[in-house]
Design a protein around this ligand. Structure first.
Ligand SMILES: [Ca+2]
Ligand SMILES: [Ca+2]
Length: 263
């Protein structure tokens, strides 16, 4: 009798708790961009998925991503699919209204009826960026209000878009990140020789994660160089909230319409 009661209690507790729900989110990069002068720089970065918990391989039908950069010095371009796209086929929609904001979406029902699996770490967007006159410092990346990820029934996943990212621009050889390559940077190199570090951290001038003579060569090649610092001067993104509300409504309506057309 007592054993039966225990089993029933355990089963009741399991049913009440249910299986652990997966956490799904969008991730922004922390990009390092070493420069040797104030010439224009350009590159690209991926916006990726984070899927954790018990269910990796969740079905998905569509996504919308909105992100912006916290400086008017940076221009973001139209998004494309990354090298390892989560979803094959189809075309990303770009409807950004600002050079500092990216709004992109893909409706999988339009090109891939059924569901595609969400897999941790897969890329959603590849976003080009350019900085016409770079200053050293960190340009922040953050998500806006128009972000969505839908399952194959058209219902939205609870989406975590709290991640923040950055484009860190620094002068090559400037190991203490003060905007000038001088004797103080040599001291940083000397005091950290042989240390394994994160790429470009401390005196890792070539980004290979180890501080050695190759990094001293980087410092020598850049000795005397100087570039103004970004400092705390960052401008608010230019995206207009009213415009985003309108675009969001358009996107949701468009997705539902296309989904209906597949059945
Ligand atoms: Ca320095
Ligand atoms: Ca190195």
């Amino acid at each position: 009798m007592r054993l039966t009661l225990i089993i029933v209690t355990v089963l009741a507790a399991f049913v009440a708790a249910g299986p652990a729900a997966a956490e799904v989110g969008y991730l922004l990069p922390e990009l390092n961009v070493p420069i040797s002068n104030a010439n224009p720089v350009s590159g690209s970065f991926d916006v990726r998925l984070a899927v954790s918990g018990a269910e990796v391989g969740l079905p998905a039908s569509a996504f919308a991503v909105e992100l912006s950069v916290g400086s008017s010095d940076v221009t973001l371009g139209d998004a494309t699919g990354p090298a390892n796209p989560l979803f094959t086929g189809g075309t990303l929609l770009n409807f950004s209204d600002s050079s500092q904001a990216v709004q992109a979406a893909q409706d999988l029902y339009s090109s891939n009826p059924g569901s595609a699996p969400l897999v941790d770490g897969k890329g959603l967007l590849s976003v080009p960026f350019s900085i016409a006159t770079p200053t050293v410092g960190e340009y922040s990346l953050s998500f806006g209000g128009l972000n969505e990820l839908a399952d194959d029934a058209g219902a939205a996943y609870a989406l975590n878009v709290s991640d923040v990212g950055s484009i860190s621009v620094f002068l090559s050889g400037d190991f203490n990140r003060d905007g000038s390559v001088d004797a103080a940077d040599y001291t940083v190199w000397r005091d950290s020789q042989g240390d394994p570090v994160a790429a470009y951290a401390a005196a890792d001038g070539d980004g290979d994660g180890l501080i050695d003579d190759d990094d001293l060569l980087v410092w020598k090649g850049q000795y005397g160089a100087s570039i103004p610092s970004l400092g705390a001067a960052t401008a608010a993104p230019e995206a207009a909230s009213l415009a985003l509300v309108g675009l969001g409504g358009w996107w949701v309506a468009g997705r539902r319409k296309r989904r209906r057309g597949c059945f």
